[in-house]
Design a protein around this ligand. Sequence first.
Ligand code: B12
Length: 218
Amino acid sequence: MGDVLERIRSCLVDLNRECVLENVEKALNEGYSATKIILGPMSDAMKEIGRLYEEGEYFIAELIEAADIFKDVMKKLDKLLYEEASKKKTSLKRLKIVIGTVKGDVHDIGKTLVSVMLQAAGHEVIDLGVDVDADKFINALREYKADILAMSALLTSTARYMRVVIEKLKEVGLRDKVFVLIGGAATTEEYAKEIGADGWAKDAIEAVNIVNEIAKRR
Ligand code: B12
């Protein structure tokens, strides 16, 4: 990792907002893309902060502060992120995606990033926010006649709810009509297979690639 990227990572781990913002500016001047900054050092730092929380070195207040700094940087890079993801825009069919973080889970940074990048790539995104239950997902899928259901979960406990949503889709006869894409730190490709989802992405770029692939086949 370049020096400036490493500084962004370590300043965010230290919760030093000014240092993060200053180095993000420097990284842009050095030619790094907004996507690289967000999905590289910024995201790595959040994982490290999670680890420090797990080890009892950081508490919930630190997680809140880290999320706030992350959102500050997102605001700053918003336009650039959008422009960069727009390059992935194709003449493919524009798909409709219903997205949300599942019931019991309020983590929204990653989900919002996925949502923004899918929109920038030319798709229509209906973002239901956080703590979304099966009925709300199903109502939105019906109302918008969506092609894809995208669910996010950061907690092991809430990732289990994705299985509940998939079962409900079967009950109401929607399972064969939508592609179910899942993601978030509490999920893996294996888990996606286990619960009968159709796809899994490790980050927002991969999510856009998968959705564009589906668009090609329509
Ligand atoms: C910030 C944070 C918080 C903030 C969230 C603020 C917000 N507005 O989102 C706050 C303080 C609220 C919080 C609360 C809690 N948190 Co928290 N949190 C985090 C932390 C440090 C970072 C998450 C983050 O924003 N990452 C940055 C983004 C960019 O990454 P991302 O979310 O992973 O998203 C990327 C990919 O996963 C993927 N992706 C994400 N969603 C989707 C969806 C689709 C469809 C696709 C395709 C891809 C995709 O693409 C994204 C972009 O590239 C994580 C640590 C970690 N390892 O994730 C812990 C972490 C998730 N939290 C944890 C815990 C325990 C909690 C609490 C239970 C703590 C408590 N005792 O109260 C509560 C739960 C609240 C609740 N009910 O949801 C644990 C979960 C452990 C587990 N396995 O269950 C973690 C892992 C920390 C840890 N190591 O212990 N947290």
